[in-house]
Design a binder for this molecule. Structure first.
Ligand SMILES: Nc1ncnc2c1ncn2[C@@H]1O[C@H](COP(=O)(O)OP(=O)(O)O)[C@@H](O)[C@H]1O
Ligand SMILES: [Mg+2]
Length: 271
């Protein structure tokens, strides 16, 4: 895989909403290191996808620059695997690697790397959701990109498959030295995967965390992981918005929590 650093410099972006320009990204600067997973973490709507699209060259910024050192070939992995249903596993991967002249050996090797040995001739509708995601990762790798851009790729998977995919991705990244930009709103996912975690809020970088590298699968119950999780939660704490009922319960003002019993989660506390 080609090696290249990406320098993101002072990126700003606004979108017109109801005739008014709304700033989504406000002077974002960060470094993406090769052979690492950089995670962009933030709430829905905070601008993660917009930033990934700008870094990946799919969208233009209003201001700032993206500087690619070496090769700037990007591959994308989205929430849905987006495989070609009429092509087999082998041919989906081959299609992606065609431009760079991928060989038969390389395709078979990729199929092995993503744990799909023996499924070369299967079609997407014959595979489970997790397996289809593995093909989409192999397809991205087939293009030999300098970076793989992943936008909440496992968000639609069930809990167990998602956890398995996270562990597998980490293992693959370790062995293949992939360079990945990974977007998520899940703190646990960020902690499981990231070498660097960049928190975005209100269009700005709130804080970045470096997670010390270890060979083994990460354990979120490890005290050092819990400490980082606490720090991340602390960053978001002051900006979590509460409804009127939630505020009343938080302030022990139960009488005003709700006038009638209802199904809102915080009202359940009153029963
Ligand atoms: N093409 C667009 N036109 C107008 N508004 C957009 C467009 N793309 C994104 N937005 C707005 O920018 C904000 C950030 O979107 P997005 O980057 O998708 O957030 P995230 O991925 O963090 O959920 C949202 O308010 C969204 O509605
Ligand atoms: Mg998004």
């Amino acid at each position: 895989m080609a090696i290249g650093e990406i320098h993101v410099k002072n990126i700003s972006k606004s979108f017109p909403v109801n005739g008014k320009n709304t700033t989504v990204l406000d002077d974002i600067s960060l470094e993406l290191h090769p052979k690492e997973i950089t995670v962009i973490l933030g709430k829905s709507g905070c601008g993660k996808t917009t930033l990934l699209r700008i870094i990946g060259g799919l969208e233009k910024a209003d201001a700032g620059q993206i500087e690619y050192e070496g090769d700037s070939r990007m591959a994308f992995v989205f929430q849905e695997p987006r495989l070609m249903p009429w092509l087999s596993v082998y041919d989906n991967i081959k299609f992606s690697g065609k431009k760079i002249g991928i060989t038969d050996n390389e395709i078979r090797n990729l199929i092995n790397i993503v744990g799909l040995r023996g499924f070369d001739n299967s079609y997407p509708n014959q595979l489970s959701g997790g397996m289809q995601h593995r093909v989409s990762i192999a397809r991205a790798m087939a293009y030999k990109p300098s970076f793989i851009m992943m936008d909440e790729p496992f968000a639609a998977l069930d809990y167990f498959t998602r956890e398995q995919m996270q562990n597998e991705l980490r293992e693959m990244q370790h062995k293949q030295h992939m360079s990945i930009l990974f977007v998520t709103h899940s703190i646990d996912e960020a902690l499981l995967l990231g070498n660097n975690i960049v928190l975005i809020e209100n269009g700005r970088i709130k804080k970045s965390f470096n997670i010390p590298e270890s060979d083994s699968v990460r354990d979120l119950m490890n005290p050092s992981m819990i400490a980082i999780k606490q720090q991340i939660l602390e960053q978001f704490k002051n900006t979590i918005t509460f409804s009127k009922e939630e505020k009343n319960v938080k302030e022990n003002n139960f009488d005003n929590a709700c006038s009638e019993p209802c199904r809102k989660p915080f009202c359940w506390l009153r029963k």
